[in-house]
Design a protein around this ligand. Structure first.
Ligand SMILES: NC(=O)c1ccc[n+]([C@@H]2O[C@H](COP(=O)([O-])OP(=O)(O)OC[C@H]3O[C@@H](n4cnc5c(N)ncnc54)[C@H](OP(=O)(O)O)[C@@H]3O)[C@@H](O)[C@H]2O)c1
Length: 277
């Protein structure tokens, strides 16, 4: 498992049935927080090919979480996996790869990474989730300090998904052979706008919240502090696609695969409410 300390990966670790031996790769093994019987935690870094070779030795199935902003990670990991005769790779990708209008640098890279996985040798499964509900954790600070959410195109809907549902599908893909050669688009149960998510949070918190339009100029200025210009452009492009309705369709992958309804935003928010208080 790569990405095992991340949003989706840590939920996969919690859900993987105990009969499956598990090796977790992280840059900081001593800081890794999850425990389970028989789990191995090893050091590894996508920028260090030797560490990847050590991490995949003896592995039959790999969960691959990379960043579409980083060059070479998928290539290096898949090379190591192929050499080590890894039989299957389940990759966390993104629903944007399916959007015909998505031609930004991040989505182009995500599509290229999918191609690498499909042609590397091991059997593959691609998971393509829509935006994670947990992205709204970025609102926590201004909710706590100003009772305000600042969102770009606040009335545009996205069929956001609970990362725990993505993790459940990942567990099916990792443990059941019939998912090899398949790609799954994964959405939540409804398309919600930032205004609607803010209203749900306000209801659960028991006080008013204001959802303010952030504006492209303010978003660009804030993102420039953390990202290079092509990434900022890609994020703005993605927000405009959302405004045009490209992210609103709902898929039934979660109920079809797990047998239970996709978790609604109110469930995610209830379970993470302390982050906003
Ligand atoms: N957020 C969304 O709305 C969304 C929607 C669709 C798809 N996605 C996709 O989901 C993926 C991210 O998943 P996530 O949100 O679960 O991850 P995350 O919470 O961002 O965690 C990142 C993980 O990557 C690992 N990592 C970072 N740098 C590394 C390196 N140099 N070598 C090895 N491991 C490294 C970290 O492990 P350590 O720190 O332990 O080393 C950590 O476990 C991306 O591909 C993204 O495109 C995200």
């Amino acid at each position: 498992m790569t990405g095992a300390s991340g949003t989706v990966g840590r939920e996969v670790v919690r859900r993987l049935p105990p009969e499956h031996a598990l090796r977790v790769m992280t840059r900081r093994p001593a800081a890794y927080g999850e425990t389970r019987p028989g789990m191995q935690v090893v050091g590894g870094d996508f920028t260090d090919e030797d560490s990847l070779a050590r991490a995949v030795r003896g592995v039959t199935t790999a969960f691959l979480v990379t960043s579409p902003l980083a060059a070479g990670w998928d290539e290096r990991f898949l090379r190591a996996a192929h050499h080590a005769h890894v039989e299957r790779v389940v990759k966390l990708s993104a629903a944007a790869v399916l959007d015909p209008g998505a031609d930004d640098a991040i989505t182009r890279r995500q599509r290229a990474c999918e191609d690498i996985v499909r042609t590397a040798g091991p059997a593959w499964t691609l998971l393509r989730p829509r935006a994670f509900m947990s992205n709204t954790l970025t609102w926590a600070h201004t909710i706590r300090t100003e009772r305000t959410v600042r969102a770009l195109h606040r009335s545009s809907p996205v069929a956001c998904v609970d990362p725990r549902d993505v993790a459940e599908i990942a567990v099916h893909a990792l443990t059941e052979p019939e998912h090899a050669g398949h790609a799954y688009e994964i959405t939540g149960p409804a398309a919600l706008t930032a205004i609607q998510q803010t209203a749900h949070l306000a209801h659960l918190l028991g006080h008013r919240l204001h959802c303010q339009e952030w504006g492209e100029n303010a978003a660009r200025t804030a993102w420039r502090r953390h990202h290079p210009e092509p990434v900022v452009d890609a994020l703005l492009h993605s927000a405009r696609r959302q405004q045009a309705g490209a992210k609103a369709h709902v898929r039934t992958t979660i109920p079809d695969t797990t047998g239970h309804p996709a978790r609604p935003y109110t469930t995610w928010a209830t379970d993470h409410l302390t982050a906003f208080t």
